[in-house]
Design a protein around this ligand. Structure first.
Ligand code: ATP
Ligand code: MG
Ligand code: MG
Ligand code: MG
Length: 469
């Protein structure tokens, strides 16, 4: 059976054989791009090549790109533990043409790799195209021999990719795999789409326009290609699985989690192990790329993921820090492909252990408070915002951790109540500050703090310049 490590190599070798330069993944923290929190697709490091602002000594490239989708336009944090196909950290395999080949070759490459090198069953594949893209539909007919019902025309933005409000854009074609009718979910464009039966494996974007701030869109001088395929998704198919978390790599992390918590990987705590395995990867790779847990910006996203993972470990009955013990299993799996991970191993372990040790006492007490509150809640009622705020303020529970805990029990948090409790506390702090007689300084301090906070969070609240396939 081909491992995920083998499959990554097969992909890169295929495109290298076809004239593509194998380029390293860029770091998860994008360079000089304050609008994007983390690299979330392969094209991020090539943004300026599509518009022609930058040129290099190659016009074809291929990468396995580290991606984190835990904030911003594409936030999959809340999908982890609930779907078979989403991770917060995943690897995106991509091939790129910068004014070199276009639709014909991109589709022919995709088809050849999937059906010959990877040997997928052609009858299980179907594709979407942008509704007006007759050309792409025709190429699919020619290359794959698909009948019209296997080429689904989608009129929405799902099949017209934009980098953000400005920048390169164009229609795309996506390749789906049918995992069989024993799994819930409908084909793309249907009302039941959001299940795990028809899984999107590969997006091919035809970069041909540029979007401008005034709303106009003009054809680019060059026609380019930008593709992205989730390694874990294609890996599941090639390993005969219906779930990313059943692939060799994810499974070894799940088993490490089961071992460290002395629990059954497939027992009632199954979901906890999956979340832990996923969050172990995102936290470790983020630390390896220089992000440290903090209370703002990227560091706060990291802290939120770490703390969520710790709650799941707690649910498995772990009394002592456990995440740091799983790092060697991850390094064994991925350290060869990503040497930065192996290099940072001790930093990752120490950072996890410290955060786990610090959070442990308030985690236990906060969860106890939450349990007591749950007993008092009326049938089906939301958790009051004031309680969620107390958990945040006194026990260090990020709001999404509390929401995650409640979702498990089919409940939600009164978010408006949480927000107003937060606003109230800020107002009180302001009043207290001005009461010291240093009103002018206080005002400036708070203005700075607000502005600073807003800047830090820009990346995941706005939809600007997200480099997303
Ligand atoms: P989905 O609709 O399943 O959420 P997407 O349309 O958001 O996927 P794209 O932005 O088109 O995904 O990214 C290209 C490819 O990257 C996808 O076809 C998929 O194979 C993979 N991918 C995207 N998000 C994730 C994720 N959270 N975890 C694992 N793989 C992913
Ligand atoms: Mg998505
Ligand atoms: Mg999609
Ligand atoms: Mg997509």
């Amino acid at each position: 059976m081909a491992s995920l490590n083998d499959i990554r190599s097969t992909y890169l070798d295929f495109f290298a054989r076809n004239g593509h330069k194998v380029v390293d993944s860029s770091p998860l923290v994008p360079r000089n791009d304050p609008t994007l929190m983390f690299a979330n697709s392969g094209m991020v490091q090539f943004k300026n090549l599509f518009t022609g602002v930058e040129t290099r000594d190659y016009t074809r490239a291929t990468t396995a790109q580290k991606c984190v989708r835990a904030g911003g336009k594409h936030n999959d944090l809340d999908n982890v533990g609930y779907t078979a196909r989403h991770h917060t950290f995943f690897e995106m395999l991509g091939n790129f043409s910068f004014g070199d080949y276009f639709k014909d070759e991109a589709i022919a490459f995709a088809w050849e790799l999937l059906t010959k090198d990877f040997g997928l069953n052609k009858n299980k594949l179907l594709v979407t195209v942008y509704h007006t893209d007759d050309e792409a539909a025709l190429i699919w007919k020619k290359v794959a021999g698909f009948s019209d019902d296997r080429i689904i025309r989608i009129p929405t933005d799902d099949n017209f990719w934009r980098m953000g409000p400005t920048g390169p854009c164009g229609p795309c074609t996506e390749i789906f795999y049918d995992h069989g009718d024993h799994i819930w979910g409908g084909p793309p464009g249907s009302a039941e789409e959001d299940g795990d039966r028809f899984i999107e494996i590969w997006n091919n974007v035809f970069m041909q326009n540029e979007q401008f701030a005034d709303g106009s869109m003009r054809p680019l001088e060059m026609q380019s290609i930008d593709t992205g395929m989730g390694l874990e998704r294609i890996g599941a198919l090639l390993q005969g699985k219906h779930d990313n978390y059943d692939t060799d790599l994810m499974r070894s992390l799940i088993e490490a989690s089961a071992h460290a918590t002395s629990s059954d990987p497939d027992g009632p705590g199954k979901t906890h192990h999956r979340v832990i395995a996923d969050h172990l990867r995102s936290t470790s790779f983020l630390i390896a790329d220089g992000v440290m847990p903090s209370n703002e910006g990227r560091g706060y996203v990291l802290r939120r993921i770490m703390r969520r993972a710790m709650r799941h470990a707690h649910m498995l009955g772990s009394q002592d820090p456990v995440m740091f013990k799983l790092v060697p299993a991850l390094v064994r799996q991925m350290g060869a492909a990503y040497p930065e991970l192996a290099r940072a191993q001790s930093l990752i372990e120490e950072t996890l252990k410290l955060e786990e040790t610090r959070f442990k006492t308030t985690l236990d007490r906060g969860l106890k408070l939450l349990d007591d509150e749950m007993v008092r809640l009326p049938e089906g009622g939301d958790l009051p915002g004031s309680t969620a705020f107390k958990l945040y303020d006194t026990y260090g529970f990020p709001l999404d951790l509390t929401q995650d805990a409640l979702r498990e029990r089919g409940r939600a948090v009164d978010v408006a109540g949480f927000d107003s409790a937060m606003a109230e506390q800020k107002a009180k702090a302001r009043a207290a500050w001005s009461g010291t007689g240093e009103a002018a300084d206080g005002k400036i301090w708070f203005e700075l703090a607000d502005a600073h906070g807003a800047t830090e969070f820009l990346g995941y609240d706005t939809e600007t310049a997200e480099g997303v396939i």
